[in-house]
Design a protein around this ligand. Structure first.
Ligand SMILES: [Fe+2]
Length: 208
């Protein structure tokens, strides 16, 4: 029987209230300790069942659960690191894109950071139901592109640089039905230093 590696909930790299006023403490506590924890638990249950499955049919029956919960775990683990306490709230460096390779690539692909935000928000606002908005590196052209995935599908077509959770659980307690306000606010807590580290790794070829 294959050894199953247990997934675990990664700790947040900041306090639950650190992203205020843009993302409330209440959202962060529920999102991390309830939603993400549930994906972790369900992924471990599906992995354990898969390891015990004796037939192709049993293993095929587990594919949807593995994809949904495995994607949920991967996406949220990335999302927490994508965020940082905001410079606009004098709490950290969130929202600040410094001169460097990522800023240069954003300007090449979109003209400016403001244009990227506008295009990203317009594209992700169009997601029907739940999903994720992404800034990713196209592995063929090595250029930055905006794309989306449905449900908890992880980004497989691009190397993820920034991912934004567009599920209602990510914003509803604070922004209600106004997804556009959430999308505007999130840029104040985007961790561009983490994004640049991801970008540099992607371009260096180690994940292409
Ligand atoms: Fe989420």
């Amino acid at each position: 029987m294959a050894q199953v590696l247990q997934a675990t909930l990664p700790p947040l790299p900041y306090a639950y209230n650190a992203l205020e006023p843009y993302i409330s403490e209440e959202i962060m506590v529920l999102h991390h300790t309830k939603h993400h924890q549930t994906y972790v638990n369900a992924l471990n249950a599906a992995e354990a069942a898969y390891a015990k499955a004796n037939t192709p049919k049993e293993r095929i029956a587990l594919q949807a659960a593995l994809k949904f919960n495995g994607g949920g775990h991967i996406n949220h683990s990335l999302f927490w690191k994508n965020l940082a306490p905001s410079a606009a709230a004098n709490k950290g460096n969130g929202g600040v894109l410094r001169d460097g390779p990522l800023k240069k690539a954003i300007e090449e692909a979109f003209g400016s950071l403001d244009n990227l935000k506008q295009q990203f928000n317009a594209t992700t606002a169009g997601i029907q139901g739940s999903g994720w908005g992404w800034l990713g590196v196209n592995p063929t052209t090595k250029r930055l592109e905006i794309t989306t995935t449905a449900n908890q599908d992880p980004l497989l077509t691009h190397i993820p640089i920034i991912g934004v959770d567009i599920w209602e659980h990510a914003f509803y307690l604070q922004y209600k039905n106004v997804k556009a306000d959430y999308l505007s606010a999130i840029w104040n807590v985007i961790n561009f230093e983490e994004a640049e580290a991801r970008y540099n790794e992607a371009i260096s070829g180690s994940k292409l």
